[in-house]
Design a protein around this ligand. Structure first.
Ligand code: MN
Length: 297
């Protein structure tokens, strides 16, 4: 007899997939900001880290002719270990499929966490094209290479883990430093700075990111394109690199775990990084000045 998954209700949720209706209804009133192109990646659906509420807000306030899903959309690695699939994650899939139905061209480029989708490259599911990589031509005539970015891990492998040393950990270590120093002194041990060691690691992480960006941009330069769009390292960025006297633009669309970023192309070809927490704060501030309608008791 086959064993049922522990969280059977969550399994039932996926069994009825694709969902007929979203648990959180799609916002249908108000203006949506329209773009020529939207790039989002590293959503990590199926993990607690995914900032689903913010992404739902983003999807309900924007629209585009084309949308690229630049990998690590579903976290297959984590799902395999522990099944986790809240309604909000279904709502994101529902909204993406709805967009495709409304006429948005959607290109899904699987990453390393959703590599089980890579064998389906060249196929269409519910109006979503699956591709290993893509080329995008901007409105002002630049050709961009679009890929997830884990392709460069083999080059970067030695320093990979350093990219995940967070700032929070660094600050905790700074605080621990004084305490550790006191204990070591009491034990008659020589001074050793935990924060200095941590700082070295953080510095290495910054160097890793910078090196990664350079490696990706160089690969784009060698391919003869004008720029590259990727994700993977969860660090949103727009940077320009020189490749044999030619400017190569590096775009990283960030993530929806910490940064909550999207890369957008305006209708004139101008590229912009959106930081959605800031966009939401701005929207709240704009509405704060509006008079509230008093409800009669
Ligand atoms: Mn990745």
């Amino acid at each position: 007899m086959t064993e049922l998954p522990r969280d059977f209700s969550a399994f039932a949720n996926v069994a009825g997939f694709p969902p007929v209706e979203a648990a959180v209804p799609e916002r249908t009133t108000g203006e949506r900001r329209r773009f020529r192109t939207i790039w989002i990646s590293d959503i990590h659906l199926g993990t607690k880290g995914c900032n689903a509420e913010l992404l739902i807000d983003f999807l309900d306030h924007t629209d585009s002719e084309t949308m690229y899903l630049v990998g690590d959309i579903i976290d297959g690695w984590r799902l395999k270990k522990k099944f986790y699939w809240p309604a909000a994650h279904n709502d994101i899939v529902w909204r993406i499929l709805k967009r495709a139905k409304r006429g948005t061209r959607i290109v899904y480029i699987p990453g390393n966490h959703d590599e089980m989708m890579r064998p389906f490259s060249g196929m269409h599911f519910g109006g979503v094209e699956i591709a290993r990589a893509a080329f995008h031509d901007t409105a002002d005539g630049r050709r961009l290479m679009v890929l997830h970015g884990d392709e460069f891990d083999t080059i970067m492998l030695a320093h990979r883990w350093l990219a995940f040393v967070g700032d929070a950990l660094y600050h905790v270590m700074m605080q621990l430093n004084g305490w550790v120093a006191a204990v070591r002194r009491a034990l008659g041990l020589p001074y050793w700075s935990i924060s200095k060691a941590a700082k070295h690691k953080v510095k290495n992480a910054v160097e890793f990111i910078s090196k990664y960006e350079e490696v990706v941009a160089r690969a784009a330069g060698e391919r003869g394109v004008d720029g590259v769009v990727c994700g993977h390292i969860h660090t949103a960025e727009i940077r320009s690199f020189d490749h044999e006297g030619r400017a190569i633009e590096y775009f990283n669309d960030g993530d929806w775990v910490e940064g909550c970023n999207a890369l957008v192309e305006h209708f004139d070809g101008r590229m912009e990084l959106l930081h959605w927490t800031e966009e939401m704060a701005r929207r709240a501030a704009e509405h704060a000045g509006e008079p509230r309608i008093a409800v009669a008791a």
